[in-house]
Design a protein around this ligand. Sequence first.
Ligand code: BTN
Length: 245
Amino acid sequence: AGFDVVVLATTASTNDVALEQAVSRGADRLWVVAREQTKGRGRHGRQWASPPGNLYASLVLREPCEPPAAPQLGFVAGLALHDAVAGVTGLTAPRLALKWPNDLLMDGGKLSGLILEGHRIGPDMCFAVVIGMGLNVAHKPTDTPYPARCLAEAVGAVDVGEVFRALSSSFADRLAQWERGRGFARTREAWLSRAAGIGGRARVRLPGGELTGTFAGLDAAGRLLLDGPDGRRTIDAGDLYLGLS
Ligand code: BTN
């Protein structure tokens, strides 16, 4: 099935446009891409600096009314970003690695971030999941909680349009693989084989404080497993910092 694509010069946030389009057009699978954003947002209420030269893309998917699969879609998206960047640049693991839950790292710094937003829309109040992806192509932000990287640092100039075309194609493939598999197992396995920091020291920042331990992998639902002095913890959401002593 094809995905519609809306291309914009500038907008506040591609995530907002994607949701509006899903409501007004009833689109099931639609991409919104912008050259720049004036109010790009990141996770945990942070801003996402969005000057021209990087990739800003949101995909909205209408979900069945069953329990939303949004967290799993984050892993599908992370894999699609990894595939796309590897395909365009030739970079491979371990230089290019996934960081739980949904970031892509290059040479240990954050190359892309992803935000997932779920909304109930339409007369049937079914779910629309908006997956917003920002990828540092030409520029990297400063003053970020996690050190940042951009593709230009490793491979020189890269065409943003080419990265988007690669992403839309790898996303369609990964989504089909996830849907065919009717479950998370294969996606989880593919994700783990590209993951950064497994078996290493990690710190997770949570709303109520911080945990440190050894990053032991993911449970069957994609939650992070952290082995600490008090045993194994299973963590739903948080900010992960890798490679600490
Ligand atoms: C993060 O904090 O790591 C997530 C960053 C997500 C940024 C992207 S850019 C395209 C889309 N539109 C937004 O406003 N945010 C996401």
